[in-house]
Design a binder for this molecule. Structure first.
Ligand code: ZN
Length: 228
């Protein structure tokens, strides 16, 4: 049994970043676990107030369960780190959380955020995953891939930092419909086209990523590390 772990900051990032690949791997018999670390809601208010946002938080959690069921994942774990305020935490605490899930699920493959995203939680989590995947002798993680999240990754201007230049692609021609179906469950997080986080834009991106490597639809990644 092959095992993958998707480490995402917010509910919907896992689908935006690699939802069709999750569906493909699940279909191919992989065990796919999804870890979402932040609650994804409280940053919309002036101050963090978990109590007054509890309805939104539980609504998002339900969306995450339903969306990931469509993709066929083995498990979804939802934590409640502070939305868009993960830079207020000690990085070590986040590293230890990720390490705990690596020990629990023993994934050979990990998907997570790209380091250059505009969103602060994406960047912090990227660093935490890199630290948790230090390739010490006997470490279980053999492959590390960074995904793109529309409305965060491409909003980093190329001249302002690390830009997303994909070098690793999954042909998801048969699975893009599952991704779009899963995204439609996250209705509150989606926007109208031409916002990049719209169903149409996500579909167009998959078509373009596919066209750039000769298939109908693809999800694109940057390779962090591969040990064979
Ligand atoms: Zn996010």
């Amino acid at each position: 049994m092959k095992t993958a772990l998707v480490v995402a900051a917010h509910p919907d990032d896992e689908v935006l970043g690699c939802g069709a690949t999750i569906a493909r791997l699940s279909h191919e018999g992989w065990e796919v676990h999804v870890l979402i670390v932040a609650e994804g809601s409280t940053s919309r208010k002036e101050k963090r107030d978990v109590v007054s946002s509890s309805e939104e938080i539980s609504g998002l959690a339900k969306c995450a369960e339903d969306a990931n069921k469509i993709l066929g994942v083995t498990s979804v774990s939802l934590l409640s780190l502070p939305d868009n305020r993960m830079d207020s935490m000690d990085l070590l605490d986040i590293v230890k959380i990720v390490e705990g899930y690596i020990v629990k699920y023993q994934p050979a493959l990990i998907f997570t955020h790209h380091a250059g995203d505009v969103n602060i939680d994406h960047k912090v989590l990227h660093d935490a995953v890199i630290a948790a995947c230090r390739p010490q002798p006997g470490h279980v993680v053999k492959e590390l891939l960074f995904f793109e999240v529309p409305s965060s990754t491409e909003w980093r201007p190329a001249s302002s930092g690390m830009y997303f230049t994909p070098d690793y692609f999954y042909d998801v021609s048969e699975f893009i419909s599952k991704k779009l179906q899963a995204l439609s469950v996250y209705g509150s997080e989606m926007r109208e086209f031409p916002h990049p986080r719209s169903i149409d834009a996500v579909n167009y991106l998959a078509c373009w990523r596919g066209a750039s490597v000769g298939c109908q639809a693809a999800e694109a990644f940057m390779l962090g590390r591969c040990i064979i």
